[in-house]
Design a protein around this ligand. Sequence first.
Ligand code: NAP
Length: 287
Amino acid sequence: MTGSPRPARLMDGTALARRLTDETTAAATALHRRTGTTPCLATVLVGEDPASVTYVRMKRNRCAQAGIRSRHLALPAATSTARLVDAIGELSADPDVHGILLQHPVGPHLDERAAFEAIAPAKDVDGVTTHSFAAMGFGLPGFVSCTPGGIMRLLDEYRVELSGKHAVVVGRSAILGKPAGLLLLGRDATVTYCHSRTRDLPSLLREADVLVAAVGKPDFIRGEHLKPGAVVIDAGYNPGNTGDVHFASARERAGLITPVPGGVGPMTIAVLLAQTVRAATRQLGLD
Ligand code: NAP
């Protein structure tokens, strides 16, 4: 195997997320000093799925640390789509709420898309509405899906040149792969999307100057699949703290690589907090 001469440099998402959160905390404090308003994120959870309960608790704790209020709405698992849409509609209309996060996936009996669309675009700090997605596609201001937003910040932090580069995104989910590809396209990368029906994935992977792995399969991409010197963003987070990229072999070949944990993961909440304070700032007419 022809490796790059040295192991890849790590892209430290923990450090960048901490810096971004420090900036967000300062912005929240300044906003409060200027207007008397504390930014508020409403979290909505349907049912009691343990992982979802943990994620919401984590997000609320991080809000508190950053000087953001959170208001939690816990709905029973048997909640109907109509009730959920109404509840989110009320939060959308409430001037004391600046951002809304519906923890997903919601139960299979619910129309998740209908629930997302009940979020007012100005409060869509998780970037899940059709409006936000279209704005991102058109390159207009708006809120982006948090994990892809975090990936772009990491690429910028490490000054990765994107214009004209071949970016290969493995995965096309609405919250991760698809928006990540659109954001890369918006920065003039040439983007290839790969998914479960893609033929000859290894040959496409070997062409990637920038590779985004968003598959949900542990160690799915290995060093031998990579172009030497590639920038490897591992968005995967699988049981046992394992990414979608086999880290040891990929690090021998890549130029830059995100570790798991400590790469993309911490950026997601940091972007959520940043977007919440931005939403509050805009709603107060100050942006
Ligand atoms: P998802 O909705 O399950 O999407 C997985 C994607 O991978 C699909 O587009 C699927 O293709 C594709 N895929 C599956 N098998 C493949 C194969 N053999 N070859 C090529 N593509 C294949 O997952 P997701 O929500 O996007 O999440 C992906 C990973 O990111 C998971 O590990 C998740 O935990 C992690 N994640 C992390 C964060 C974070 O904050 N760090 C946030 C969100 C997700 P099809 O479309 O054809 O089915």
